[in-house]
Design a protein around this ligand. Structure first.
Ligand code: ADP
Ligand code: ASP
Ligand code: MG
Length: 417
């Protein structure tokens, strides 16, 4: 007997027919005698719809009430899955975020899980019942409902797995594993058998939304065994193995063989250029301090060298959703910073190549620049980390850039034409 967590995302839960299929997948594992906790997302598209209602009600909505609204999507699917399980003879009940409870910080709309009390749920699992837990939602110490940020059900699943000391956490989704890049834009993408926590963390943080970044960080910290696999096979048959997210020690030497593990892209960044910023100590601090005070994350930064003019251009990126606020903050600090103009650009995309093999091999960035130049793709900004190189390009070239880089780093599937 094992203790397992099965997580099903929005597409897997999209409608009663899909929920019936999920119930059969759960029954398959439960029949083996495992203790099973299931974490579910809202039906695909429902969270977007609920977010839309909040915006329509008031663009300046209270985030505490936003959470009450958007958390409801998962309440619906957890109840429906419990009903579908009971209908096929599997004892099941739902445990809402406040019922367990899932304790979180009070950062509404992007709350962090502090701990989950699984005592009552454990007793029901021990009695042979399946526990259905809505993902994405939690409760503050003051007793208010929170949500964990978009895609947060992955994090709920990993947190439940850690709290109940599960043997594994299976993330069922609409692809059969983690690929070398998004298989929806590169049909030649290859499924990865095993990927390290570090690489998955980096890939997720630069745009591979197959797992929410925070879920990977939590799995790494708590050593939760995560597998990403498809919910679209025959629900009564054992599913094909997906992608296992594991520690570097577990992968061992093979890791060095592969230079690049994956490529991701992110269209949710916006570029801002400040022209003619005075070239003197403290000028850059004058730009980024007010942005930090407004809790706006800056990602890529480029500062040009001044050539005798006494001023320079500074370019950086912020989340596209924060662009209006960032421009407002900078405009208000214009006198202090002393720039000439603010030039925003939303038509950009960040493309990143990730791989631990980069630590021991030179030339990854050079290949990237060379390949993009060969296709006439202009690079607007660059950032690197120990295992990642990212470039900012015009959005129109996203698919082309990802495809040519995928080929250049030898990632194309062997059977691809
Ligand atoms: P769920 O609703 O199950 O949480 P998501 O839509 O959040 O599913 O994540 C699955 C999607 O992630 C896939 O449909 C795929 O388009 C996208 N994706 C992006 N990058 C990758 C990648 N490297 N490997 C697999 N899927 C990826
Ligand atoms: N339903 C939430 C969202 O769409 C959480 C999730 O699906 O992981 O962001
Ligand atoms: Mg998701």
């Amino acid at each position: 007997m094992a203790r397992i967590v099965m997580k099903f995302g929005g597409t897997s839960m999209a409608g009663i027919e899909r929920i019936r299929v999920v119930a059969r997948q759960v029954r398959r594992e439960w029949k083996k005698g495992h203790q099973v906790a299931v974490v579910v997302s809202a039906m695909s598209g429902d969270t977007d719809r609920l977010v839309g209602f909040c915006r329509e009600a008031s663009p300046l909505y209270d985030p505490r009430e936003y959470d009450v609204v958007v958390a409801s999507g998962e309440q619906v699917t957890s109840g429906l899955l419990a009903i579908a399980l009971q209908a096929i003879g599997v004892p099941a009940r739902s445990w809402l975020g406040w019922q367990l409870p899932v304790r979180t910080s009070d950062a509404h709309a992007s709350a962090r899980i502090r701990g989950i009390d699984t005592a009552a749920m454990d007793a029901s699992l021990a009695a042979g019942e399946v526990a259905v837990v809505p993902g994405f939602q939690g409760l503050t110490d003051e007793g208010r409902v929170t949500t964990l940020g978009r895609g947060g059900s992955d994090t709920s699943a990993v947190a439940v797995a850690a709290a109940m000391k599960a043997d594994r956490c299976d993330i069922y989704t609409d692809v059969d594993g983690v690929y070398t890049t998004d298989p929806r834009i590169v049909p030649r993408a290859r499924k990865i058998g095993r990927i390290t926590y570090e690489e998955m963390l980096e890939l997720a943080s630069v745009g591979a939304k197959v797992l929410q970044t925070r879920s990977v960080g939590l799995a790494m910290k708590e050593r939760v065994r995560v597998q990403v696999l498809s919910s679209f096979g025959d629900p009564d048959e054992e599913p094909a193995p997906g992608t296992f997210v594991v520690s570097e020690e577990e992968i061992g030497d093979q890791m060095e063989d592969q230079l690049i593990t994956g490529i991701a892209y992110d269209r949710n960044e916006a570029k801002i250029t400040l022209t003619a910023v005075p070239d003197k100590p403290g000028a850059v601090a004058g730009i980024f301090a007010p942005l930090a005070d407004a809790s706006i994350n800056v990602d890529m930064i480029v500062q040009n060298v001044a050539h005798g003019t006494g001023s320079t251009d500074v370019t950086f990126t912020v989340p596209a959703a924060e662009l209006t606020r960032a421009l407002d903050v900078l405009e208000r600090a214009k006198e202090t910073i002393g720039f000439a103009t603010l030039v925003p650009d939303t038509e950009v995309c960040k493309v990143s190549v990730v791989g631990v093999g980069m630590r021991s091999h030179a030339g990854v960035a050079a290949t990237m620049f060379d390949v993009l130049a060969g296709r006439g793709i202009n690079i607007l900004a660059i950032t690197t980390s120990e295992i990642k190189v990212s470039v900012l390009i015009h959005q129109d070239y996203t698919e082309l850039a990802v495809r040519v880089l995928h080929t250049a780093y030898g990632l194309d599937a062997e059977d691809a034409a």
